[in-house]
Ligand binder design. Structure first.
Ligand code: GLV
Ligand code: MG
Length: 339
């Protein structure tokens, strides 16, 4: 199998050094704003320090005749704002089959490349899309004299992208992570939903009737529409040492369902989700940070396991090398978030 290194060739002159490891910075919520919307843009400085990631969105939800305003708005905001140590600046550029993406990339890298941490690329179909962006970024970074490589994040939102998720995850050392794009993916798969992410009241399992009476009462449970997709994305990301994210939850008022969807994703391995409205910031912060009880339990297991091998009984449950490894995942996340 070809490795990502075969594709990533930093330009010799003035290019940033190659990436050896994706930085594990907190990114529990990727908070979207529309840089062409003056009211929204004015709120950006207030969010610095309270959100892990601020993302200037140039793609869907920005009208075609506002694309340039959004791009230039993002340049102005990035130049005027000090994002500090705790908030990263990301952008979502237009898709690679759009007339806007080339200007997005050339303008943003030359104007604010030193401030952008990650570029999110929508509707990625395969590794070739990432190779293209990787090469173009290397050229633009060298021309701009940047010393730090900009990372790349792919949105998984087509059936073809889904089928290529492993090779997308490993396509370049620039790959920072992958988000699920449930709205576009649902359309591309011809799912019969009309929502932006989350579950559906019709996607159920129904319990057998009690006592075999077919007219008897039956309980129904809503299933997670995104279980297979998230699990597959998580495996691809884990295999390549990059980070998986649940994407948008469009029903802003339904904070309960939003929290449920985010929590399912967290338990399956995701490190964050998009927030489309300030109410979703706190939900993501709560869900994607390990609970105090989980951290306390993980510490107890670590202590009880001594040198990390063998088995011990704690509260009537068997703990061993493998349960310790799970606890170390929780502790490592807690340490990173506390740093
Ligand atoms: C996000 O871009 C989505 O399509 O869900
Ligand atoms: Mg989309």
């Amino acid at each position: 199998m070809r490795s990502a290194k075969d594709f990533f060739t930093p330009l010799a002159v003035g290019a940033p050094p190659p990436i050896t490891e994706v930085p594990a910075r907190p990114s529990r919520m990727i908070h979207f704003f529309d840089p062409s919307n003056e009211k929204m843009a004015a709120k950006v400085p207030d969010l610095v320090g309270t959100v892990d990631v601020l993302l200037g969105n140039l793609e869907d939800a920005v009208k075609a005749d506002r694309k340039e305003a959004a791009r230039l708005g993002l340049v102005a905001i990035a130049k005027a704002t000090d994002f500090g140590e705790h908030t990263q600046l990301w952008t979502r550029v237009n898709s690679l089959d759009s007339p806007w993406v080339l200007d997005d990339l050339t303008t943003l890298v030359s104007e604010i490349g030193d401030r952008l941490d990650v570029i999110m690329v929508p509707k990625v179909q395969g590794a070739e899309d990432i190779h293209y962006v990787d090469r173009l970024l290397a050229q633009l970074e060298a021309r701009a004299g940047l010393t730090r490589p900009i990372l790349v994040h792919a949105i998984l939102e087509t059936a073809r992208g889904m089928a290529s998720v492993e090779e997308i995850a490993g396509a370049s050392p620039r790959m920072q992570g992958i988000s699920l794009g449930p709205a576009d993916l649902a359309a591309d798969r011809r799912m019969k939903t009309t929502r932006v992410g989350g579950g559906h009241p019709g996607y159920l399992v129904r319990q057998d009737p009690i006592g075999g009476d077919i007219h008897g009462e039956r309980t129904t449970y809503q299933q997670d529409l995104w279980h297979y997709t998230i699990a597959r994305m998580v495996d691809a990301c884990a295999m390549h040492g990059i980070f998986p994210y649940y994407g948008p939850f469009g029903d802003i008022k339904d904070v309960v369902a939003c929290e449920d969807q985010f929590r399912n994703a967290f338990l399956l391995g995701c490190v964050g989700a998009w927030s489309l409205h300030p109410v979703q910031i706190d939900i993501a912060k709560r869900v994607f940070s390990p609970s105090a009880e989980d951290v306390a339990h993980a510490r107890r297991v670590k202590e009880a396991m001594g040198d990390g091998t063998g088995a011990v009984m704690l509260d009537g449950k068997m703990e061993d090398d493998a349960s310790l490894k799970q606890c170390l995942v929780i502790l490592e996340l807690a340490d990173r978030l506390a740093a």
